[in-house]
Design a protein. Sequence first.
Length: 143
Amino acid sequence: DMVFGAQTKTYCGNEGMIALLEDTLGSDETLFIGGSGQVPVRYGKYIRENYTPRALAAGHRWRNAAYKTILKTPAKTMPFHEIRLLPKNMESNPNVVWIWGNKVANVLWLEKPIAFVIENKDINRAYRTYFEHLWKQSKKIKR
């Protein structure tokens, strides 16, 4: 139990989500399952003025197997962000899975967002496999 507890962490509120975003910059890419564009909607100034310049300088990229609602957000125009749309039969919900480094986060976009992060290479690998399967089935969008 102590080892598993050491591999998990909970992030709450806007400060927690910013901390998660900062952590993603330490890897080459961040993968998202079920994205809806909440990051640039909620944290637009931070994304434009802080995150984007550093992501571009580091060569960091986002790949997002997203819900169609993302097309109505600024996420579509982010220069390091590739979006594909999940099949129509998948419903939108407030949960998005983030995958980067050796971590996986389940982010709940509630009024006060919360994220549950697991740092484990085997769990990360399993989610990456799941993401790639969804990615291949998802529809490319035009920019």
